[in-house]
Structure formats: structure tokens, C-alpha cells
Design a protein around this ligand. Structure first.
Ligand code: HEC
Length: 130
């Protein structure tokens, strides 16, 4: 009986180590993908085309990430769609830049996760914007 408990504990310890090392091995874009699939896919769609079930009827529509063109110049540097712009729109939401308030602010996810989301959104775009 005791031996079994020992084996069970060893197995749990192994699983814990495996879970931690796989989290460390993730690239920014892989982590971004996981978060995207959890929170963003309903509107932006699996391939980022803005055609998720909750996105198709919205006006303005969710951005089509596969095109790689973005609307907002959130940091007012004269260029739309820079990494910083995407970061700010995701963090502060559409309303903060005069856009659709249904693009909610996601600041609670934390800066690192938002950067991973930006990396993943880039990976959905055309090759030149990757
Ligand atoms: C409820 C639907 C909805 C969800 C969920 C949603 N979005 Fe959006 N998103 C929108 C809409 C609508 C727009 C277009 C806003 C506009 O043009 O006014 C948008 C626009 C954007 C843009 C474009 C900014 C630009 O300058 O063109 C980015 C980037 C973005 N969303 C990222 C995300 C990320 C990342 C998530 C998940 C954390 C997310 N969105 C979740 C609806 C949504």
C-alpha cells in the first residue's frame, strides 16, 4: 500500500515537472495562440479573419488579421498597426481609440501576455508582416 502511494507521488511529481518545462519551452507566439483561442476567437475567428460567431454581425467588424492591415494609431506616432499600437488597443480596448467598444480592454491579462498576443496576431498575417 505504501509503495503504491510512493509511486503515485512520483508520478505526480513527474507530471508537475513536465508541465512546468513545457510552459517554459513555449514560444511567445504559441502562448499567444492559447490565449487567443480562449478569449479572442469568438469574434476574430480561428484564422483571425474577423469571422468568429460573435464577430460577423459587429460594425465595425473585428479586424481581419490575415490581411495584416490595422486601423488605429493608438500611440499617435503617425503609423497605424505598429506593435505598440496593437499592444495599446488590446490593453485599453477599442473605445479608448474611438473604435468599437465591443473590442474590450484586456489589460488584466498582463503586459507579457498581451505581447504574446501581438506576436500571434502577426503570425496570422501575410508573410511580409511576420
Ligand atoms: C466581442 C468581440 C471581440 C473580442 C472577444 C475581441 N475583439 Fe478585437 N476587435 C473587435 C472589434 C469589433 C474590432 C474592431 C474595432 C473597430 O474597428 O472599431 C477589434 C479590433 C481588434 C484589433 C485591431 C486594432 C487595429 O488597429 O486595427 C486588434 C489587434 C484586436 N481586436 C485584438 C484582439 C485580441 C488580442 C482579443 C482577445 C484578447 C480580441 N481582440 C477580442 C471585437 C472583438
Amino acid at each position: 500500500m505504501e509503495r503504491r502511494a510512493g509511486i503515485a507521488i512520483a508520478c505526480l511529481a513527474f507530471l508537475a515537472v513536465a508541465a512546468v518545462s513545457s510552459a517554459e519551452g513555449e514560444t511567445a507566439s504559441t502562448h499567444g495562440k492559447l490565449v487567443y483561442e480562449q478569449y479572442c476567437v469568438t469574434c476574430h475567428g480561428v484564422e483571425g479573419k474577423g469571422d468568429g460567431p460573435a464577430g460577423v454581425d459587429l460594425l465595425p467588424m473585428p479586424r481581419d488579421f490575415s490581411v495584416g492591415r490595422f486601423k488605429f494609431d493608438a500611440d499617435s506616432d503617425g503609423h497605424t498597426g505598429t506593435d505598440e499600437d496593437l499592444f495599446l488597443v488590446i490593453r485599453d480596448g477599442g473605445a479608448a481609440v474611438g473604435g468599437n467598444p465591443l473590442m474590450a480592454p484586456w489589460g488584466h491579462l498582463g503586459d507579457d501576455t498581451i505581447r504574446d498576443l501581438v506576436a500571434y496576431i502577426r503570425s496570422l498575417g501575410p508573410a511580409t508582416t511576420k
